[in-house]
Ligand binder design. Structure first.
Ligand code: NOJ
Length: 536
């Protein structure tokens, strides 16, 4: 195993590689078919050996799991399927011993309908102070039979649900995820307390779910396409929330990463002002097609929008909500768009994997921090989940057209020959989502033995990135390059070159090839869909 490593700087988050753990599908320590904290603890050496700096855990709190844990019933308890608070504390400590920081996921926009506040609100009835923590309203229409407004959902379908006493409540996601009222002082106080609860337990950072959605138009006015401001996305008042949060984080030296999906670069950068969030996910890069001009423009835009607020960029290729990289890059349309998700889109996995390898080196050479979603280091494709096993509410709320997000959430393969590919400990137990029949070829043990595997590429790349001070935070400079080729310098003597043109190109002069995403031919050329790190 690699030796524990000290942080490179106090500003570790400016260039960290952060591995996203989806606990339900990472490793099952108690053999019930669902991943858990015991499983993560047992597999921590894999993560240390991989060479990442921090682990972000998607929600591990008590939850009915209607939306994979993003429906939180109690932010201070671990879901019994995952373990206990005591285990979480042990995990945080054990990770720290291996040099791995822990980031937890806070979901401030909504709670589960099983959260004590929502149950109290339902019981207390219309006009009660308990209802004021949410958005309860009478309906429109003669008998209040119509929802209070026309807001579009983040998940397709309705945004209001009527309760037996006739009032309606707002939920931007599923009915089991009622939205909190962020104009209420209890809501603000409670969340600052939750932040303290987790920072005091040694977590280094917090990922903020749906970070641009918290505050709502006070009159809940209707949505009109094209009219600004939007009644619930990115209201100015939200920044006041994050300024208070930042003061809390600063007490502990904690950092934030916001889930901010906003097309407007200037509005996006507001979240990253020095007294607000440290970082936010760069979804424009994730959504960008495998196209040299589009990628270059996205990289330039990203760096330009972060520069005025002196925030580091983040680079994200995949997460638990989107189609896996190898599958996406093998399709005709290599971009990502929630609205375009469909069953059965053809893909060339060999091509997609080759591009995913090149994208890994591109991403790890860019200035800023990098997020790596579990299974990306294994090159996992999007799995086909049989219709009768689909669980994701996004599928059901779309009326069945959207395949949902289960295909990127299938339990990881650890051992090619073991039952459930080593995910679980009990031979007879089926994982909560079925694994494809060929999952074994992606297994960690098989890839560990293969120097040409995706896992080997990631391990080497992360090692080189750690050793080379010029990689990570800092300047980058585009270099002249043939059409379809991205070439940039991270230091006088370090270059990254990615060939997205359809034909081989000559490698620029260099003294050493530090790493390449494919074996290089002897003629000094760089094949198509291949990336290389060069010493020059
Ligand atoms: C974003 C999360 O990443 C996603 O998984 C979840 O369904 C929504 N927010 C709602 O919490």
């Amino acid at each position: 195993m690699a030796a524990p490593h000290p942080p490179r700087t106090d500003d570790w988050w400016r260039d960290a590689v952060i591995y996203q753990v989806y606990p339900r599908s990472f490793a099952d320590g108690d053999g019930d078919g669902t991943g858990d904290l015991a499983g993560v603890r047992a597999r921590l050496p894999h993560l240390a050996e991989l060479g990442v700096d921090a682990l972000w855990f998607t929600p591990w709190y008590a939850s009915p799991m209607v939306d994979g844990g993003y429906d939180v019933a109690d932010y201070r308890a671990i879901d019994p399927a995952f373990g206990t608070l005591d285990e979480a504390e042990k995990l945080i400590a054990e990770a720290a011993e291996l040099g791995l920081r822990v980031i937890v996921d806070i979901v401030p926009n909504h709670v589960s309908d099983q959260h004590v506040w929502f149950r109290q609100a339902l019981a207390a009835g219309p006009g009660s102070p308990e209802r004021e923590r949410f958005h309860f309203r009478p309906g429109r229409g003669e008998h209040g039979e119509l929802p209070p407004n026309d807001w579009p959902s983040q998940f397709s379908g309705n945004t209001w649900t009527r309760v037996p006493d006739g009032e309606w409540y707002l939920h931007l996601f599923t009915p089991e995820q009622p939205d909190l009222n962020w104009a209420h002082p209890d809501v603000r106080r409670e969340h600052e307390d939750i932040l303290r609860f987790w920072f005091a337990r040694g977590v280094a950072g917090v990922r903020i779910d749906s970070a641009a959605l918290l505050t709502k138009d006070p009159d809940l006015r209707d949505f009109t396409e094209g009219v600004d401001p939007h009644p619930y996305i990115d209201l100015d008042e939200i920044h006041d929330v994050y300024r208070s949060w930042r003061a809390v984080a600063d007490e502990y030296g904690g950092v934030f990463v916001g889930e901010v999906w906003l097309p407007d670069a200037e509005r996006f950068a507001r979240y990253l002002r020095p007294d607000e969030l440290h970082t936010a996910f760069n979804f424009n890069f994730l959504a960008c097609p495998w196209d040299p001009d589009r990628l270059r423009r996205t990289i330039d835009d990203t760096l330009a929008e972060h520069a005025p607020v002196n925030a580091p960029a983040t680079w994200v290729l995949c997460n638990h909500d989107v189609t896996r990289t190898a599958t996406r890059y093998g399709r005709e349309d290599t971009g990502f768009d929630f609205a375009k998700k469909r069953f059965g889109i053809p893909t060339d996995l060999e091509l997609g994997t080759r591009r995913a390898r090149a994208a890994a080196l591109l991403t790890l050479a860019l200035p800023g921090s990098v997020y790596l979603y579990q299974g990306e280091e294994l090159g996992l494709p999007e799995a086909d989940v049989p219709l009768d096993r689909v669980q994701d509410p996004m599928h059901f709320r779309s009326g069945g057209t959207d395949p949902g997000r289960d295909g990127c959430r299938v339990p990881l393969p650890w051992e090619a020959e073991a039952p459930s590919y080593g995910f679980g400990t009990h031979a007879g137990t089926e994982p909560w989502l079925p694994q494809p029949a060929d999952w074994g070829r992606h297994a960690v043990d098989r890839q560990t033995a293969d120097p040409g595997s995706m896992l080997a590429l990631y391990r080497t790349a992360l090692g080189v990135r750690r050793a080379e001070a010029a990689l990570g935070d800092g300047p980058m400079r585009w270099l002249p390059s043939p059409e379809g080729v991205l070439a940039f310098a991270r230091a006088e003597d370090l270059q990254c070159v990615v060939n997205l043109s359809g034909a081989p190109v000559d490698l620029p002069p260099h003294t050493e090839v530090l790493l390449s995403s494919e074996p290089l031919p002897a003629d000094g050329s760089l094949p198509t869909d291949t990336a290389v790190w060069l010493r020059t």
